[in-house]
Design a protein around this ligand. Structure first.
Ligand code: AMP
Length: 213
C-alpha cells in the first residue's frame, strides 16, 4: 500500500510517517530528509540545493523526481509513505507515471489540516534528536530534563536551519501557491482524505489508521 501525507510544514507529516513505519513496517520517503542527507554528505547535489532550502523555496521538480525514482527502484514492491512529496502538480503527475511503471497504485492521500498560527508555533519551537530524528517541541514536548532522547538515549539535539520565522513564511507561501492545488487534484481522483492535524499525535494517528484500514 502506498500513501501520500500532504500538508504544510509543521502539520505533522514526519511524525505520523514515523509512526506508520514503526506500526506497519512501511517505508518513509521524505524528500526533505533525502535533500538534507545530500547536504551533509557534501555532494554536488547537496551544495546546489542548500541555499534554496535555507530560504524556504522549493528545489526543482527534476531533482526531487530523480531522488524518488532512485528510491522506488531500490526498494521495489515495498509500501511507501510519501512525506513532503509531491509538492507540485508536475511532481504529482511524475509520481503517477512512476507508480504505473512499477505496477503500483496509490491507496490514499491524507491531508493534515493545521492553521498557520499553530504551524508557526510548532516550527519555531521544534528540535530533533541528532541520532534518531525524534521530534521535540519546547512547549508541548520538551527534551527530557536528563537531556536524553526518549527513543534512543541520544544526547545531541538540533534545530533545522529553515525552522525560523522568515524561511517559514516563504515555506508556507510555497505550500499555498504550489502544493495546495494538489488537494483538488487528488480529490478529483477520489483519493483525498482529510484529517484534523490540530488534534494530539495519538488521535491523528488513530484517524489515519481508520482511513487505511
Ligand atoms: P521538508 O523537510 O519536507 O520540510 O523539506 C525541507 C525543504 O526541502 C523544503 O523547504 C524544500 O526546499 C526542499 N524540498 C523537500 N521536498 C521537496 C519537494 N518535493 N519539492 C521541492 N522541494 C522540496
Amino acid at each position: 500500500m502506498n500513501i501520500i501525507l500532504l500538508g504544510p510544514p509543521g502539520a505533522g507529516k514526519g511524525t505520523q510517517a514515523r509512526r506508520l513505519v514503526e506500526e506497519r513496517g512501511m517505508i518513509q520517503l521524505s524528500t526533505g530528509d533525502m535533500l538534507r542527507e545530500a547536504r551533509t554528505s557534501g555532494t554536488e547535489l547537496g551544495k546546489r540545493v542548500a541555499a534554496i532550502m535555507d530560504a524556504g523555496e522549493l528545489v526543482t521538480d527534476e531533482i526531487v523526481i530523480g531522488l524518488i525514482e532512485e528510491r522506488l527502484e531500490k526498494d521495489k514492491g515495498a509500501g511507501f509513505i510519501f512525506d513532503g512529496f509531491p509538492r507540485t502538480l508536475a511532481q504529482a503527475d511524475a509520481l503517477g507515471d512512476l507508480l504505473a511503471k512499477h505496477h503500483a497504485n496509490l491507496a490514499a492521500v491524507i491531508e493534515l489540516r493545521v492553521d498557520d498560527d499553530e504551524l508557526v508555533r510548532r516550527i519555531t519551537a521544534r528540535s530533533t534528536c541528532a541520532k534518531c530524528g525524534e521530534v521535540y517541541n519546547d512547549i508541548t514536548r520538551p527534551i527530557p530534563e536528563d537531556g536524553k532522547c526518549v527513543v534512543c538515549g541520544g544526547t545531541e539535539f538540533k534545530r533545522r536551519a529553515d525552522d525560523n520565522e522568515e524561511s517559514l513564511r516563504t515555506r508556507l507561501m510555497e505550500y499555498y501557491k504550489k502544493t495546495s492545488p494538489l488537494i483538488g487534484y487528488y480529490y478529483a481522483k477520489g483519493k483525498l482524505h482529510s484529517v484534523n492535524g490540530l488534534n494530539d499525535i495519538d488521535r491523528v494517528a488513530a484517524d489515519i489508521a481508520a482511513i487505511l484500514d
